[in-house]
Design a protein around this ligand. Structure first.
Ligand SMILES: [Mn+2]
Length: 403
């Protein structure tokens, strides 16, 4: 007894990857299709698991005017569900408000959309289970006030599902239908299928769920991406995350202190192979090098670095489970033995001793001094880290190794 459904959101079909300068032809094609490939995997899953219905909670399209090709591919996939008698319930979000009015093709008969001026409502019976499905679409890209008050009270004898593109915890400034977690939890609805937040949020204490995007588009969308397979059986609700991304974004930090150039290259290759675990899934990998090393200067040379990247990219584009290192960032520092210098009893040793005695309070006053050492892309920096960078800089300056 029971039913199951798939909850996806933020498919952003038509979106492309950002942050990558160059890709060979084969990989470029794979990247262009990545969002659609992930969507096709979602449809495959609905069919193989024989779910009762599919919910898409907004931002299905990246733009409200998808290309004809995109519309056709989308409809072809939904037709596969229609043939299996699987219903599809879709609301629109901030990226794709009004999208279906721009469609040239008719939506298949199993697809149910929701109005923008009021909450739409569909009743279903799956075996013994009676279910009500409520939802509302965005009339335009911004919705300044909460849409929750428009939802009617659920009927107590039926399972109640709400579909909404919204900003949980968003304050008064939010333009995406802000609503609080407690309001959703106390609304009486059994499952809130949400969209908008791109990272999955699943907490069994809550009645609301964000599956996140289906396919990452840039460096900030690292890790597995997918949807929820929700099973409702014996009055118990079980959502499970199913990853389907075709290309996974990853980032890693490698400490290369004490390593020779050859050892650094080998370490990166090792890391690359470690990422190549899932068959069929490609990886976009960014590497951050840290540590104290005399390779520091060499790594700062853009030409040399590009050659290293070229070497690491050889033969990758032909592989199904490619690992494409698209960027290596150098966060290393020059190799200087500060503790040794501190023992020499000269002026530099005195300066270093003085810096060791700095407290966090002193640090607050030192803004003007440490400003030049903030030559880094790190966003947040701990006082201790700044002081150790300042010590290194002082040592290099006083030894005449830095201009
Ligand atoms: Mn979105």
């Amino acid at each position: 007894m029971g039913f199951s459904f798939v909850h996806g959101a933020d498919l952003h079909l038509g979106s492309s990857f950002s942050g990558i300068k160059f890709l060979p032809k084969e990989l470029h094609q794979r990247v262009l299709n990545a969002h659609l490939t992930a969507f096709e995997k979602l449809i495959d899953f609905c069919l193989s698991e024989k779910v009762e219905f599919l919910v898409l909670a907004g931002d299905t399209f990246h733009e409200p005017t998808p290309s004809l090709r995109m519309q056709k591919v989308f409809i072809d996939q939904l037709e596969r569900l229609a043939a299996a008698k699987i219903d599809v319930f879709i609301v629109t979000g901030n990226h794709d408000s009004g999208v279906f009015a721009n469609f040239v093709f008719n939506l298949p008969s199993n697809v149910y959309t929701f109005p923008t001026d009021q909450v739409g409502y569909y009743q279903r019976q799956y075996g013994q289970e009676a279910i009500d499905i409520y939802g509302i679409s965005y009339p335009q890209a911004q919705v300044k006030s909460s849409l929750l008050p428009l939802f009617p009270k659920p009927k107590s004898d039926r399972f109640s599902l709400g579909i909404l593109h919204c900003d949980v915890g968003g304050g008064q400034d939010s333009s995406y239908a802000p609503v609080s977690s407690s309001e959703l939890n106390s609304s009486g609805h059994d499952y809130w299928a949400l969209g908008h937040v791109h990272t999955p949020v699943l907490n069994s204490n809550n009645k609301w769920y964000y599956p996140g995007v289906l396919q990452g588009s840039h460096l900030l969308e690292v890790g597995e991406k997918g949807f929820y397979h929700v099973v409702y059986q014996d009055k118990v609700l079980k959502p499970k995350f199913i990853p389907v991304q075709d290309i996974i974004w990853q980032s890693c930090t490698l400490d290369i202190s004490q390593l020779s150039f050859e050892e650094v290259t080998n370490l990166i290759i090792e890391q690359k192979e470690e990422c190549r675990q899932t068959q069929g899934v490609g990886t976009m990998l960014q590497i951050n090098l840290v540590g104290n090393t005399d390779l520091n200067n060499w790594l700062d040379n853009q030409v040399e670095m590009q050659e290293l990247l070229d070497t690491l990219q050889v033969n990758e584009s032909a592989r199904n489970n490619f690992v494409w290192i698209y960027q290596i960032e150098n966060h290393t520092r020059p190799l200087v033995d500060l503790s040794q210098l501190q023992k020499q009893g000269d002026f530099l040793a005195e300066v270093l001793d003085f810096m060791d005695q700095l407290t966090v309070e002193d640090f607050a006053k030192l803004e003007q001094i440490w400003e030049p050492v903030l030559n880094t892309t790190c966003v947040t920096i701990e006082p201790q880290e700044v002081i150790s960078k300042a010590k290194l800089r002082a040592a290099l300056l006083l030894r005449g190794e830095l201009e």
